[in-house]
Design a protein around this ligand. Structure first.
Ligand code: ZN
Length: 385
């Protein structure tokens, strides 16, 4: 549940920073540049994960926020939003989201000391607006549980402590943020599993599953045998920090850039793979994402070799209903040549199983994490056979 607390911790930190004081004041006078305010209420977008939202003050305690993508359409409809607020007085504050290029997808969530609480929203019939109340006081609201590079850095440090492996940079983003990785197991172990995360910023449930998945692997790092695991949990830090719907800072969907390799983030992984000694070779790639429901995109029957099909059957076959609260489906998809997805590039380049691990937007977080821990252990068993 640790990640559920992150927003509340970040809220406290953000307020302290904004006020330049260790004791966050609870008045609108703590407002900062770029905010949106009435006499008694301030909304601000000054923390990692908050996009610069256009804001209209429509009443003393009523605001409308425009939810817009980071670049011109077409763009995948993952309408991200996040803001913090300080509201003097005792009455709730009405917030209306107006969506451009998308409709309502993510229920608003309020960071609390006990985790993220979903706020009831009134959504228009066409999905173009959603209105909800936030309670008075101070708070932070986001489209999904806020999980930014700060928390991913904490996860990397935890995996390093558990496994004894070092965290290292494989490159940097457009904005100059490090793309960090960790390598579990012996560096000369011949069979490499590659795990990629957070190409798409709003896909937080996939990140929650990945964190649990790697927790389980880090705990077994001493017994991986001839397997080693490269973990790149935050491939698009700029997009996450800037509150993007989809793209990196270069306005490119990174999960369409495997092949062209026009972006520093995807190039960093490719370059690292190019440094592998001849005795080490990728044998499996898993790329973590989120979508409407829990599923795995896997190779279709036309392109999976018998050995690849057998691996899929060993690892995931028959487990669709095995995890309480986390049913999933297997979705065979043959490669769309040139699609530029991580899945297709690894499959075609190395002739290995390569899957997209998709977690439902509204998946129960604890159930998703529990299933991920079990699936990580199962993956090692399937690789060992
Ligand atoms: Zn995605």
């Amino acid at each position: 549940m640790r990640h559920l607390w992150a927003g509340a911790a970040l809220l406290a930190g953000g307020l302290a920073t904004a006020a330049c004081s260790p004791a966050p004041p609870r008045t609108a006078s703590a407002a900062v540049a770029g905010d949106c305010r009435s006499a008694s209420v301030t909304l601000a977008f000054d923390f990692d994960g908050a996009p610069p939202m256009a804001c209209a003050v429509t009443g003393e305690r009523a605001f409308t926020l425009l939810v817009t993508p980071e670049h011109a359409p077409p763009i995948n409809p993952s309408p991200w939003y996040a803001f913090r607020y300080i509201a003097d007085g005792d009455a709730p504050v009405s917030v209306t989201l107006r969506y451009l290029e998308s409709g309502h997808r993510y229920a608003p969530k309020l960071a609390t000391d006990g985790g993220w609480r979903v706020l009831e929203a009134e959504v228009s019939a066409d999905g173009k607006t959603a209105r909800f109340d936030v309670p008075p006081g101070a708070g932070l609201v986001a489209a999904q549980d806020l999980l930014v590079p700060l928390q991913t850095g904490e996860a990397l440090a935890r995996w390093s402590k558990t496994s004894g492996a070092a965290v290292f940079p494989i490159g940097s983003s457009h904005d100059g943020r490090l793309i960090e990785a960790i390598r579990l197991g012996r560096v000369d172990a011949p069979r490499l599993v590659v795990l990629i995360g957070r190409q798409h910023p709003p896909e937080v449930t996939g990140a929650i599953a990945m964190e649990a998945f790697v927790d389980a692997l880090a705990a077994r790092a001493g017994s991986l045998g001839d397997v080693q695991v490269l973990v790149v949990p935050m491939l698009n830090p700029d997009g996450v920090v800037r509150g993007h719907w989809r793209a990196n800072r270069g306005a490119v969907d990174l999960n369409r850039d495997w092949g062209p390799f026009t972006q520093p983030e995807t190039r960093a992984v490719k370059a690292w793979l190019g440094t592998l000694p001849s005795g080490v070779r990728p044998v499996l790639m898993v790329d973590f994402h989120s979508t409407g429901r829990n599923l795995f995109y896997v190779q279709g029957p036309d392109e999976a070799t018998p050995a690849q099909a057998a691996f899929l059957a060993r690892w995931l076959g028959g487990k669709e209903e095995a995890f309480p609260g986390y049913p999933f489906t297997l979705e065979p998809r043959n490669a769309n040549p040139g699609s530029g997805t991580t899945k297709n590039w690894f499959h075609q380049t190395y002739a290995i199983p390569a899957y997209t691990y998709e977690v439902g937007d509204n998946a129960d977080r604890d159930a998703a994490a529990a299933a991920a821990r079990a699936l990580a252990a199962d993956m090692l068993e399937a690789l060992a056979e």
